[in-house]
Ligand binder design. Sequence first.
Ligand SMILES: [Zn+2]
Ligand SMILES: [Zn+2]
Length: 394
Amino acid sequence: MCDTSTRIANDPALPAASRRRFLQALGAGAAAGTAVTAGAAAPAAAAPATSSGRCPARTKIVLLGTGGGPQWNSPDRTGICTAVVHDGRYYLVDLGWGASHRIVQSGIGGSDAARGPLSNLAGVFLTHMHSDHVAEWPALYLMGYTNATGRTLPPVEVFGPGDRAVPPRVFPPERPEPELVGPDAPGAGTAAMTDLLRRAFASDLNDRTRDQGQPDLSTLFSVNDIDLTGTGEIGADGVPPRLTRPIPVWEDGQVRVTATLVDHRPTAPAFAFRFDTPDGSIVVSGDTTVSENLVDLAKDADYLVHECIDPEAVERIVAPLPAEIATPLREHLFASHTTIEQVGRDVAERAGARNLVLTHLSAGTSDATWRRARRGYSGRLVVGADLMEIPVGG
Ligand SMILES: [Zn+2]
Ligand SMILES: [Zn+2]
């Protein structure tokens, strides 16, 4: 049943406006391409977007936010955030802006009013420290206990990059060197960022613990830097070493999470994550150019959720900018992301991934343009949309 909505949201035979009208008629919200399950939505056409129980699959991918980059330039796409749901629990990859709201809208937090939407959150996995991937971490963290009422699970496991040893490069090299932000921690990783966050919001946190009797947030979140011992050196330019095996990250009995280092130069470390569940495997790329490590991680995956850029959109983005900003931005985008032409042919096909789901998408590019990723790819292509649900297995 869930497949129906996915098909409607991506059916090339349906003009975008038709799909939008259809989905709006299902009460799915104003976002073009927003997907709900036909089975849940049809009998309750006027149901608000916050209703739960859409896709009944035991394991599913929920694209909470599909926008790429730190621009607020689309009413349809919020910041990048992907949920893997298995057996009533969910795991989040990245926390772009708007993620908290999308969690509530999606209903993945459950429908029990006595239990907060974070009561069944099992883990958070951050791919890299760019703001479009972590901007909502402060909101999720700071408002954690008030939204985790009724939680009986262990603390939420949070994994992400550790501290970056080398400050970012100056590009182009002839530019005057800008002053480092936070010179005592210019490459703060996940644990260090969270510690700084606690200090920045000490006034609020002390109110909550001392006056309101709330527990310290360390009892709700277990924050970890991913251990890179034995993986080899990341180059000063941010290019990762070639890995011969995935990095074990976490396992909770039902779901095993592994990672690899991807190439999002000059940003490093940058991770992709693989979730192996009893119903199938899901790989989420994070931000990367074509990465051999990722091709390995996604070998024979059931679903590869991959970032993508539209070269024409890049030109639109940089066109109004002064050359000193446009040149390094264009360079960064092409050197550290994967184009429409590359993602199907050079990544998903070579990995043997059965389904390719595009996400981290810029505004202003049509679905027809994104679908050019089919060229050279023999699997099924899905163009992602906010709140789209994709069943895995069974
Ligand atoms: Zn990004
Ligand atoms: Zn990035």
